[in-house]
Design a protein around this ligand. Sequence first.
Ligand code: OSB
Ligand code: MG
Length: 354
Amino acid sequence: ITIKDIQLTTIRRSLKSPFKSVLQQVNEREVIIVTVTGDSGIYGYGECVAFETPWYTEETISSCYFVIKTVLVPLLTKKIIQRPEEVWELFQVVKGNRMAKAAVEMAVWDLFAKQQQQPLWKFVGGTSQPVPAGIVIAADHSHIKELVAQASKVGYQRIKIKIHPNIDLSMLKSIIRDYPRIQFFADANGSFHAGNFNRLKDFDDVGFTLIEQPFGEKEWILHAQAKSELTTKICLDESISSLEDAQQMIDRKAGDIVVLKISRLGGWTETLKVVELCHNHSIGMWVGGMIEFGVSKAHNLALASLPDIHYTGDFSASTHFWKKDIIEPEIIVEYGKVRLSTQIGIGYAVSLNE
Ligand code: OSB
Ligand code: MG
């Protein structure tokens, strides 16, 4: 495929309700949609999901726009590519900036799937569909009970609750006890530290299937200690930005499960390597969300359809965050699952106008 042209479109929308974690409150979301044009006028789509400020990763949506426009687009335009993995190799001259790279690289994967007349999920080796749907509760504590009740009514099979060391554990325990058929995950976003390690142990009998990212990104030793002292599984999100990080987690016995995010890992090529590594070491996996739009969700759904992904990911319906998504049809949750599109590529039409 010859990469003929690459266009960037900024999308900015308000969330239906604020997304509150220990790190940040998100009210509005801005992403960049990357449209890559191949030979016979086929389009591939990627979505850059860095945030406005560097609260989750070091990149920002403006740093990504700059890097994509001035560095990545010139590296790829007019190039002839035989396999989508070559994009990763071409981008090796650029340090870091994984979220910027991922957005462009994802668009090329979509392009290749379309050229081969295959849904992206089949192109990457996916088999399991429909994909089970999970939701994230990132709101004031007084709302958790009510939001769990709502999510249960919609049929979500897994609910992830944003936690921090001071959250009321008896409240969480009683909610979890009320929904024996729903799996509960806890995401601490690194809010624990060596000084309150014992507090983390109090979370062990609350009923969570896993605790995501209790400590900071580089806290391998604390995570290894948590894995050995708690029975609840330890899952790493922010810590895993590369294949090397996943290897580090395994070598140091610092976690049982990895959250896959194509953006944080720099694209499909690296993500598929992480999947293989984790598979070979019996590390659990699931696909994490980024408060994103349908293009990114479609890529995530393709990833979640791989046979090695055994835990339910952050897959909420389009209407959960947005009045209107940028894809047609929108993503819907039926009986707690999302049915994958049978159309080629990401499987959805993209509309970039308001
Ligand atoms: O820590 O998993 C996280 C969203 C943005 C940044 C970081 C995280 C999240 C989520 C996923 O929790 C929310 C979603 O998109 O469903
Ligand atoms: Mg997380």
